[in-house]
Design a protein. Structure first.
Length: 532
């Protein structure tokens, strides 16, 4: 594939552009601005909305907590990328510390640092929303033109390059066991197969919001304010009239300087499934049915690792290119899960591996021959799976409480079993589940025996997530949803939500394409309404 490297934020590019950029970490006085539309967050939802609405002629201001970074900064060094581009230096956790949360925080949001996997919303998920959550207008047939538009806009297509060995091991094991696998679609153009997508793409091959929709919005006279947090919404009666701001410093902490405010005819919250409820909670928005921040979902993820005779180099090549939905929609009442692999970069991997000192070093010495497999558990579809709750701490920062139910523990145990079986089928010498009490075993029989003894308890099993959903669901009934099917708030005029927080459940697939497509639909409907 041809490389289309182009840095729209380079000094040379900015010298000939008339972009409106404000960096809250260096601004020395408060600001007061006006706009037609303020968009809070620049990730998958906010980025798409900014392009559509600015191209329609609206004066748009985008606000982002994180910094404006670009390919000149992306040097594939984890030690620099995680503190700079992720919430809480990639160390964000649930309230009980049992689940690690990988969430982006820079211009482009998580689209800047994700692994590019792009799936359409499963038909079964959309059918469930329609049947159980009174969602209208989002059937697979109704969403098809939005999926197609986004896929064309962001160059989403099945990865045409042979899988790297890390992904190939998953495919080989599944094939030997007679289980299905498929190739993952990726939002890339001119990808060099470097493999460090999680630290930002150094050649702008990843079609993130950072290099696609946000530059287009800026070309259409939008303003981008980075290193700035929306403290709360301003209201006039039952109508939102703008936002109050707080500047952040270059360490991502709040500055003492009063940042000011922006008056707007319409506000769009696109701060994600933790950030959007947090803004509403700080603003004390109307919540007559106590829904804000409730039923916040993740895809809980557990992992297994395997060591082979051959070289895997799991840190190199497209991070994710093979997946399996063999166990995503079980016929019984158990929770389903999707199988993928994670890249195994050294810093990230060190947080998963057991042991200290020489023991840890010994395992790490075999990293080039190691493969990891992960399971994304499909949360929110069962009575025993009600998700978690976003609340504010004493400093008004958001915290996610997320109980791990017996249903989830059973899903973890089942998925550990499946992943280890796949790895042995692919020829692994020894396998270990990522669990503090586990050890490497050299046979499938020993793996089964060990798994029966492992305590399925929090802080023992190593669980993480990169997918945040729910907490501000859409639907037809205000008693069970915060926004309508058009993404506009039921109680407050002039407020929309366009991000993953509007999902009534998790998806069962990586969420970026769903957020892009639903936000494209919502932004287009809003544009038509505001112009009428």
């Amino acid at each position: 594939m041809a490389n289309n490297f182009n840095n729209p934020y380079s000094k040379e590019s900015l010298a000939i552009k008339n972009w409106s950029l404000i960096d809250g970490s260096i601004t020395q006085q408060s600001i007061e601005l006006e706009a037609d539309i303020v968009i809070v967050g620049t990730g998958a939802g906010g980025g798409i909305a900014a392009e559509i609405l600015s191209k329609a002629g609206f004066k748009v201001i985008m606000i982002e907590e994180g910094p404006l970074r670009h390919s000149d900064h992306f040097n594939m060094l984890e030690k620099e990328a995680y503190p700079d581009l992720y919430q809480e230096s990639a160390a964000r956790k649930t309230a009980d510390k049992a689940i690690s949360i990988m969430q982006g925080r820079s211009v482009g949001g998580s689209t800047t640092v994700n692994w590019t996997s792009s799936f359409r919303t499963p038909r079964s998920t959309l059918n469930h929303w329609q049947k159980e959550h009174d969602v209208k207008g989002l059937s697979s047939e109704q969403m098809l033109p939005w999926f197609e538009w986004v896929e064309k806009r962001l160059n989403i297509h099945p990865w045409p390059v042979p899988p790297n060995p890390n992904n190939q091991m998953l495919q080989d094991g599944l094939t030997k066991l007679g289980w299905k696998s498929n190739i993952i679609p990726r939002n890339v153009n001119g990808c060099a197969n470097l493999g460090y997508c999680g630290t930002g793409c150094p050649i702008n091959a990843k079609q993130s919001m950072l290099i696609s929709t946000i530059p287009t919005a800026l070309d259409h006279q939008a303003t981008l304010i980075s290193r700035t947090r929306v403290e709360k919404l301003m209201t006039n009666g039952d109508k939102v009239s703008g936002v109050e701001l707080r500047f952040m410093n270059d360490q991502g902490q709040l500055r003492n300087l009063k940042a000011g405010k922006i008056k707007a005819k319409h506000v769009i919250l696109s701060a994600g499934a933790i950030g959007t409820p947090a803004v509403m909670l700080r603003s004390k928005t109307p919540d007559p049915y106590n829904l804000v921040g409730k039923r916040t979902f993740i895809h809980p993820v557990n992992l297994t690792a395997a060591i082979y005779d051959q070289t895997i180099d799991p840190f190199s090549g497209a991070p994710q290119s093979v997946y399996s939905d063999e166990f995503l929609w079980p016929e019984d009442s158990q929770i389903g899960f999707k199988l993928e692999v994670p890249p195994m970069h050294p810093v990230l991997t060190s947080t998963m591996i057991n042991g200290f000192g020489e023991d840890h070093a010994q395992v790490f010495s075999e990293l080039p021959k190691t493969n990891a497999t992960l399971a994304l558990l499909r949360d929110g579809f069962h009575e025993q799976s009600q998700g978690g709750e976003v609340r504010l701490d004493d400093n008004l920062y958001p915290v996610l409480d997320y109980p791990i139910t017996d249903l989830l523990w059973n899903g973890f145990k089942k998925s550990y079993q499946v992943m280890m079986e796949v790895q042995f089928a692919a020829g692994a010498k020894k396998v270990i589940p990522m669990h503090r009490d586990a050890v490497f075993v050299d046979s499938w029989k020993k793996a089964q025996q060990m798994l029966e003894q492992l305590p399925m308890k929090k802080l023992r099993a190593k669980i993480f997530t990169a997918h945040l959903m729910g907490g501000a669901p859409l639907g037809s009934d205000p008693k069970s949803s915060i926004v309508g099917n058009d993404h506009q708030h039921h109680q407050l005029e002039g407020l929309s939500i366009m991000d993953g927080s509007v999902f009534p459940t998790s998806l069962g697939v990586n969420p970026q394409l769903t957020i892009y497509s639903m936000s494209a639909r919502a932004a287009t409907l809003l544009s038509e309404e505001l112009m009428s």
